[in-house]
Design a protein around this ligand. Structure first.
Ligand SMILES: [Zn+2]
Length: 426
């Protein structure tokens, strides 16, 4: 039996920049699974390791987030190959890549031309479909992370690998949970570990806590700024506010506007499209500077705006104008990376420019779209009867060490903490 080789190109002992090359040991060609970027402390992009483009028969993208896709255009400088992903991911990729080039283009070894070439080479696939490429049969299944996200099952001979990408196992207002829990037989598991040491609070309770906090600010005639990622998180917040009948004008601003249109044009990837339509009808789109200034004259108001970490975008514009009034609030609902303005406000209560003290109420709410620890354990528990080896990717090393120990104690399954440059033989 030929061995399967996994070359870890990125996402080893780090959250983000995921990229893994899979091939059979007697072949030179194989399949690239995701190809993401990370950002360093200064906010500059960091690329993953690369394999020779001529050895890539095809790439598969689990979802649109840049930490899974942002580096792929580099392969298209010299060659091209098919890129497999869902129709929804393809649609979201375009504005995300545009924005990425706009902000980071100076630091990138590729240009708009390569992005276009990559997008043109996308072959859209559906959940449940199976395709043969490079001695592998690939299957795709809903990962529940964001609309259009998928996990990949690779079959080679009698063996199969489940590459999770980013996964979520709980139902949110926008997405349904990952679908492969009853997958009958998987020999190897390559699993994300972003929150492998964290138990998320119950979503229903966290929604209530968020809505109560919003209502308190509204009753006090304040402005609530909710900096949120434009893909998925912003829509989730608009859905939550609508579901709980929050009685105040709700506005949204930034790339969320374009993503909303994309979501509504690809309804089958959305849990409840009519609810999303209702949430958007229940709120107002900010169309330009005049709207932006007008909103700030209004009280009370709720503003959902990108970027989610207050690193540029309209959320920064609003922040500068509301932070020094204690009636207002900044409610963070997305992951706040170290050294971002969002993290500084949260931990030190200081607004970057001038080190000014933030007088507005600041709070963080856990609306994570990643599986928490017990959900990840549940995935392994469901697959344990056939699992021979587990490879941990996309997580902090400290978190992964604890998680690997727990897997061993519970299931006695061999677990590898992947590192960039490592080759894992299966
Ligand atoms: Zn993601």
């Amino acid at each position: 039996m030929k061995k399967i080789l996994l070359e870890i190109l990125g996402g080893g002992r780090e959250v983000g920049r995921l990229s893994v090359f899979a091939k059979l040991d007697d072949q030179s060609k194989g399949i690239l699974l995701d190809c993401g970027i990370n950002f360093d402390e200064k906010g500059d992009p960091q690329l993953p390791l690369y394999v020779s483009p001529k050895n890539v028969e095809a790439a598969v993208l689990t979802h649109a987030h840049l930490d899974h896709t942002g580096a792929l255009p580099l392969y298209f400088v010299t060659l091209s190959f098919p890129v497999l992903t869902t129709r929804m991911t393809k649609a979201i990729l375009r504005p995300l890549m545009d924005d990425f080039l706009h902000i980071s283009g100076y630091y990138l070894p590729f240009e708009y031309e390569e992005v276009i070439k990559m997008l043109r080479n996308i072959k859209t696939i559906n959940y449940g479909e199976s395709i043969e490429i490079s001695k592998f049969t690939l299957e795709f299944t809903d990962a529940g992370h964001i609309p259009g996200s998928m996990s990949i099952i690779l079959h080679a001979g009698s063996k199969s690998i489940l590459f999770t990408g980013d996964i979520n196992l709980i139902e949110t207002e926008l997405t349904t949970p990952a679908k492969y829990l009853n997958s009958n037989k998987v020999d190897y598991l390559v699993i994300e570990t972003t929150y492998a040491a964290t138990e998320h609070p119950l979503r229903e309770l966290e929604e209530k806590r968020f809505v109560e906090a919003v209502k308190e600010v509204i009753e006090n005639n304040g402005i609530v700024l909710v900096p949120a990622f434009s893909v998925s998180r912003s829509q989730e917040i608009l859905l939550v506010l609508t579901k709980h009948n929050v009685d105040a004008p709700i506005y949204y601003d930034g790339m969320v506007r374009e993503i909303n249109r994309i979501f509504l044009a690809h309804k089958k990837f959305i849990k409840n499209p009519s609810m999303l339509k209702r949430a958007l009808r229940n709120s107002y789109e900010i169309r330009g500077w005049q709207d932006r200034r007008a909103v700030l004259r209004e009280r009370p108001a709720i503003i959902v705006a990108s970027s989610g970490m207050l690193r540029g975008g309209p959320s920064t514009y609003y922040l500068k104008r509301i932070y020094d009034d204690p009636r207002n609030a900044i409610f963070l609902v997305s992951f706040q990376a170290p050294n971002t303005p969002g993290r500084m406000i949260l931990e030190q209560g200081i607004f970057k420019q001038g080190g000014a003290k933030v007088k507005a109420r600041v709070e963080w709410f856990d609306f994570s779209s990643h599986a928490g620890k017990s959900q990840l354990i549940r995935v392994i528990d469901n697959l344990k009867s056939s699992l021979e080896k587990i490879v941990l990717v996309h997580g902090e090393p400290e978190v992964q060490k604890l998680f690997a120990k727990e897997i061993y104690e519970r299931f006695s399954i061999e677990t590898v903490i992947a590192d960039n440059g490592m080759k894992v033989e299966l």
